[in-house]
Design a protein around this ligand. Structure first.
Ligand SMILES: [Zn+2]
Ligand SMILES: [Zn+2]
Length: 364
């Protein structure tokens, strides 16, 4: 019995289909029949070789949902319930975080653990089915799994996908308080979920900067009060808009989900004195930002926080948020088109050209 998977052999080489043997299951592991995976911005970066430490060839697709087809021994979900074959399963893509190193125990930054591995990103295809662009996914022992809440459709979960989990972390870092005005830079999958979560976290005004037009419509549907097309309004014009909306003060909190060095320079002038800035979009090196530290940080008494990766808790809370709010917040609309395993070069090209907010992958 073999499993078909889409493999990224090396940077800037077309994705190709390969056959893998069905893995022998270790105790406490499972084989998932993939319902959906996704193409996210990170996959485009990996395709271009812009992410360090990727052990090509890889099976991309770091967030996925499927059916537990085979379970070996006992598999317990993060909520303590036992998982059985046939359950709809989701899992946290980060695994092998060691729990013992300095990052895990002393500085309490487990997303910086050196042992940490990520399905679809830092797991090689030479080791097996560690990515979602495949008919089946091997969930090795120790991977954090959860059953998908019964009310949440699988395509809704994957349309929110990694962007929602990242947004939960960014919102934690942003420490939004009731009545805040929040600027979200970027209307990709992370930015769109961040807009919705900022509202849920108590922001009374959310301003979104982004492009193109279809994503700005989605940004409004996700809860943005004001959307600004960065292709039409210049930075100076955007600054005027923010000043007018905030009585000249600037926003309380800004969250960067754009991956642009220019966006960082811009936001520092748009945040009020004593405000907070969370950087979540620079997952790859976008170059240097020119900052006047005196004017833009020190004198403003500004707080700047990075936001790297996510932890199991963000994944679990993303599921709770989806269960409670998926009917009212249009996450499903982010996953605009579904691609088969044979169509993933086209999906990557469409994602890169921003022809759709997110491409979904349906392996069978
Ligand atoms: Zn992703
Ligand atoms: Zn560690």
């Amino acid at each position: 019995m073999t499993v078909t998977a889409a493999v990224m052999p090396a940077p800037r080489v077309p994705v190709e289909l390969r056959e893998f043997p069905e893995p022998a299951l270790a105790a406490g592991s499972a084989l998932l029949r993939t319902l959906y995976s996704e193409v996210c911005g990170t996959d485009v970066h990996i395709w271009h070789g812009r992410l360090a430490g990727v052990p090509y060839p890889i099976i991309p697709g770091h967030v996925s949902v499927g059916i537990a087809e085979k379970i070996r021994g006992e598999l317990v979900a993060v909520d303590g319930r036992r998982v059985v074959e046939g359950d709809r399963l989701v899992f946290f893509d980060v695994h092998r975080t060691c729990g013992r190193c300095r990052a895990c125990t002393v500085t309490r930054t487990p997303t910086r653990c050196e042992a940490r591995r990520v399905y679809g990103i830092t797991d090689s295809a030479n080791e097996g089915l560690f990515g979602g662009w495949a008919e089946k996914i091997y969930l090795e022992p120790g991977v954090a799994v959860a059953t998908l809440p019964a009310s949440v459709p699988a395509d809704t979960y994957i349309s929110a996908g990694c962007g929602l989990i990242t947004a939960v972390h960014a919102i934690d870092r942003a420490a939004i308080t009731l009545g805040d005005t929040v600027l979200v830079q970027g209307t990709g999958a992370v930015g769109l979920s961040t807009i919705a979560l900022a509202r849920l976290a108590g922001a009374t005004r959310v301003i979104a900067f982004g492009a193109p037009a279809d994503r700005l419509q989605l940004a409004t549907a996700m809860g943005a009060d004001t959307v600004v097309d960065i292709g039409r309004a210049t930075p100076a014009e955007r600054a005027v808009i923010v000043r007018e909306l905030t009585g000249g003060l600037g926003v309380d909190v800004a969250i960067e989900a754009a991956g642009s060095a220019r966006a960082v320079e811009e936001a520092l002038d748009l945040i009020r004195d004593g405000g907070r800035y969370v950087i979540a979009g620079h997952y790859t090196d976008a170059g240097t930002s020119a900052i006047n530290v005196h004017q833009q940080i020190n004198r403003k008494h500004l707080e700047i926080r990075g936001c790297w990766g996510s932890e199991v808790g963000h994944f679990v809370r993303a599921l709770r948020v989806l269960e409670q709010h998926h009917a009212a917040i249009p996450w499903r609309a982010i996953g605009a088109r579904t691609y088969a395993l044979t169509e993933l070069n086209e999906a990557l090209a469409d994602a890169e050209a921003m022809r759709l907010p997110k491409a979904l992958v349906q392996p069978s």
